[in-house]
Design a binder for this molecule. Structure first.
Ligand SMILES: C[S@@+](CC[C@H](N)C(=O)[O-])C[C@H]1O[C@@H](n2cnc3c(N)ncnc32)[C@H](O)[C@@H]1O
Length: 439
């Protein structure tokens, strides 16, 4: 990627060049005057190639006292070369507020794609500014940002050359620890998959969950009103059904859309449920539950240290003699995923992005660490920019699961074929473990 340009503060002598690349300035005298003011205020930046201005960004701090990117434009001949990224990053450096805001018309899909790639999250929509073309507002925390935001920025800053030059065998978890369930845009798209009754990909279809919940209610809770902790609860399909059977539930998940959905359902139905938006590695689980569960293979995506941490926290949150219910992947499922050939999909809109994109996926089995890493390279069709989402799954054999649970304070470890307890309901690659919290 050419780096022949550089970014510097805009100067009054740049005005004519800025007007030449900013169509809004040519069409609108008021906008032209604003640019003069922005430059005079010392909060505007230009990208320059051999002394020619090829990009312009105006920053303000009058948006509810927060930094606001008022305008970004890039000369058509210099688009897709990183100029917009460099200008936005410069504005983030110059931001005097923790959070920086920016808006763009819905019709400007290239700007939306740039913002999403740079880790911006949608904050709202204003409909009455440009008739027929709503203004979408985005923001990003640029100071005191949680670690996961900088990871998001890192993995967003790729080009196709990075795909070509990737290492063939990634270190497990080195390129990210999970698909971005917790990112607002992704979580909204994932919620559609959870709710879909066409497939069992994100959550199972309702009829299957009904049968699982009947087994949990009868076989694990003996039909008696109990306190249930659901780790990685998603939209609350299991917790909600258990609450409808008279149990009290606490669900923890870091997907904002899933938790919003679960809370909405709980409120509407009057379930005795608390849904907590948080990471199971950090969140408080509460105390004295009768059952803790983590379903649908999620335990394997954590590093073995994190899996031990989560199971230890689950043990501490259970009363002695209470039950643990896990539905992990079999060793063979994780290993054979790592042997799958690469694949790709072209999507006008899909789970990984709203705008047209390609998803290039590949898997790698790390024999020494006994873990499979799956990488998804998401290539934005409009710009060719690339984001990488990587997820690693640890393979454990049955003895290793047993040792993991015993080490975390559980006894009476029992393996089952399915979440109905019946062999005929077994699902490929998954099985079920129950255990008892040691006294
Ligand atoms: C495969 S889905 C299963 C959802 C639900 N248990 C079900 O079976 O319908 C996995 C869930 O785990 C959540 N998750 C993954 N890692 C998490 C973490 N570190 N903290 C909280 N939730 C997490 C995801 O957001 C997602 O909702």
């Amino acid at each position: 990627m050419s780096r022949a340009w550089h970014v510097r503060p805009a100067l009054p002598e740049d005005l004519a060049a800025i007007e030449a690349i900013a169509p809004v300035a040519r069409a609108d005298a008021e906008r032209r005057r604003s640019i003069v003011d922005e430059v005079a205020a010392g909060e505007a930046f230009v990208a320059v190639v051999e002394r020619a201005v090829v990009g312009y960004l105006a920053l303000e701090h009058s948006f509810f006292g927060r930094a606001f990117i008022a305008l970004v434009c890039v000369h058509p001949g210099h688009r897709r070369a990183g100029v917009g990224t460099a200008l936005v990053r410069q504005a983030e450096e110059a931001s005097r507020s923790e959070r920086i805001f920016v808006s763009t018309n819905r019709s400007n899909t290239a700007m939306q794609a740039l913002l999403e790639r740079l880790g911006y999250e949608r904050s709202g929509v204003v409909g009455d500014l440009d008739p027929g073309d709503p203004e979408l507002f985005y923001s990003r925390l640029v100071r005191g940002a949680p670690e996961q935001e900088s990871v998001a920025a890192d993995r967003s800053d790729l080009g196709l050359i990075d795909v070509v030059r990737r290492s063939p065998h990634p270190e497990p978890w080195a390129e990210g620890d999970n698909i971005p369930w917790h990112e607002p845009g992704f979580s909204e798209r994932m919620l559609r998959e959870h709710l879909s009754q066409d497939h069992d990909a994100a959550s199972r279809r309702s009829e299957k969950i009904d049968r699982h919940v009947a087994w949990i209610h009868d076989a694990l809770l003996g039909g008696a009103p109990s306190s249930v902790l659901d780790l990685g609860c998603g939209p609350g399909f299991y917790a909600g059904r258990l609450a409808a059977l008279g149990h009290r539930c606490r669900g923890v998940d870091f997907s904002p859309a899933s938790i919003r959905h679960a809370r909405g359902q709980a409120e509407a139905a009057g379930w005795n449920c608390t849904f907590v938006l948080g990471d199971v590695r950090q969140e408080d689980f509460g105390r004295a539950h009768d059952l803790a569960m983590m379903l649908f293979g999620e335990l394997n995506v954590f590093t073995p240290d994190d899996a031990r941490l989560i199971l230890g926290k689950a043990r501490a949150a259970l009363r002695p003699g209470a039950s643990l219910l896990l539905e992990p992947h079999t060793f063979d499922a994780v290993r054979s995923l790592g042997a799958q050939p690469p694949s790709w999909e072209a999507e006008p809109s899909g789970l990984f992005a709203d705008a047209p994109h390609l998803v290039l996926s590949e898997h790698d089995w790390h024999a020494e660490r006994r873990a499979t890493t799956t990488r998804h390279y998401v290539v934005e069709a409009a710009t060719g920019a690339v984001r990488r989402d990587a997820q690693t799954m640890q393979a454990y054999d049955e003895d290793e699961y047993r040792a993991l649970l015993q080490g975390a304070g559980f006894d009476a470890v029992v393996m089952h074929r399915s979440l109905t307890g019946r062999d005929e309901d077994a699902e490929s690659g998954l099985f079920v473990i129950t255990a008892t919290a040691r006294g």
